[in-house]
Design a protein around this ligand. Sequence first.
Ligand code: ATP
Ligand code: MG
Length: 606
Amino acid sequence: MIEFWLKLWQLTRPYKGRFSLGVLCGVFSGMADTAVLLTVAIVAGAAFPGDAALPDKVPRWAVNIYRSAQHWIAPHSSSRLALISLVSLIPLVMLARGLVNYLSSYLMNWVGIRAICDLRARLFEHLLHQPLSFLARNSTGELMSRIGSDVGLLQVMLGVSLVTLIREPINVIAMGCIPLAISWRYTLIALVTLPLCVIPVAIYNRKVRKSAASIQSETAGLNRVMHESFTGVRIIKGYNLEKIAGERFRASQGKFVNHSMRVVRATESPGPIIEFAGAIGAAILILFMAGKVSLNEFLLFIFPLLSLYRPIKALVRLQSDLHRARAATTRVFELLATQSTLVDPPNPTPLQAAHGDIHFDNVSFAYEKEPGLREIPVLRGIQLRVQPGEKVALVGKSGSGKTTLANLLLRFYDPTQGAIRIAGVDLRQAAVADLRRQMAVVTQEIVLFDDTIRNNIAFGRPGATNAEIEDAARHAFAHDFIMEKPQGYDSIVGEKGTNLSGGQRQRIAIARALLRNAPILVLDEATSALDNQAERVVQASLDELMKGRTTICIAHRLSTIQNFDRIVVMDAGQIVEMGGHAELLAKGGIYEKLHSLGSTLDGTIP
Ligand SMILES: Nc1ncnc2c1ncn2[C@@H]1O[C@H](COP(=O)(O)OP(=O)(O)OP(=O)(O)O)[C@@H](O)[C@H]1O
Ligand SMILES: [Mg+2]
């Protein structure tokens, strides 16, 4: 629990000025109820002197205040001025109480909202820096749930619960002082029933802790199913899977009801129990006081006692909020604590990709396996040296490991064996950002953001001018179709680029790579979605782009890579053939087979 408070404290540290002020206001607001009660009692006592017989046991100081108020009024009572100024104390104290209540809530929320936004941004950035393997292990929906609802709970904690936590204990103590000052014996009698409330509260407390944690993970599960379903909605509709998806959603809600109801019970049941116990206490008290004190005495005694129940109830109810917030904090900070496996070295070596070769030195790789499963090597003993400015094509059957090899070069993963070097520098010795600055990539699955076409291209080089963007689009054979859109470059591409055709998306991605102007170019099936004519034009501009750059191009359609310096044929994670187009054809190996198959499929004789 201490750890939890320390973490909260750390979050609010940047705003400690306002936070302390908020706590201070909270302290005052805790005393405010008692102040109001005392003011009313004193003013009323002075205004109706005949009716107010003071109980014998009221302490000296209280009697003194009371008497001097009465003395002050007595000589002026005819003018009424004194009375007016005395009664105006009541609204004044009320106003002060409202002010500190408001300020404590306002300031704590001010700090809470900001602290939580900081935390959320920190978590988001932290997750973006995690390696692909981490993001593959954790579903998008779950991560979103952590950033959204888990962090949101903490905001409630800081803005609402913390106010209660500061205000109400002080309220209880201050209010409790009144009956204690009048008679500690009667107060004890009134409190004998208190243990009665504590037992059920303690029992529920233990149960609610587990349920609170479960609710958060169930919510994450729901988010996962929703995210998957909405992003895959075309398949769901196309294959009439609405019902099945609905059932999956229902199933994932499984224990949600049970856990939530447990939390509801834990939150709501202490209230009536406390009130019931309080009523028993009051009844016992009447029994003891009957005939010994006047009605006035009794009222002055019982009223503050009864006012104690509201803050006590709020404090007990707070327990379940605290548990939920604690569960959320644990999950959030767990995520923040995950170390990236791809960390930059303390003194990264700068990469000089422009004039350096790329060397895959005996590289083997396997994707992270599930625990208990066999590790399947995807790349085995890759030995490949790409000279600066060389154009190398990777070809091979589907699943032979081409994309994986490109992923290793981008350092989305590290090789399990061997090393990749650029200009003699092991990628692990360089800063990841430096490495990626040297590369322009067109990935096999095109990724566009739900933004304008212009911005999607500009992601290639933030800060590029409009002229540069349009120039890149022209070279990628995209300018014409962009201009045909009603809003031109300012058209929104839709989520994942759904407003564009597959070929158009690909051309935007090529324009983005063109704009990047990096020394190493990685093209993974960059033109696969284009028709023959468009492909030829884009290919021409890609040829232009490749001049003077080291290029690794993955292609299924072999017609596009015939003029490459070298063609590398992969099979089952190994390099099986390497050489120029004519050389490999003459060899009559896998390449020749792929080639003859491709030619008949394309219907063209190269
Ligand atoms: N994230 C991943 N986790 C586990 N295995 C993967 C992952 N990505 C790919 N694989 C496996 O690695 C192997 C090589 O995949 P890769 O994507 O490199 O093939 P490819 O040669 O690019 O194929 P294609 O021509 O179809 O794009 C495949 O057997 C694939 O199942
Ligand atoms: Mg691939």
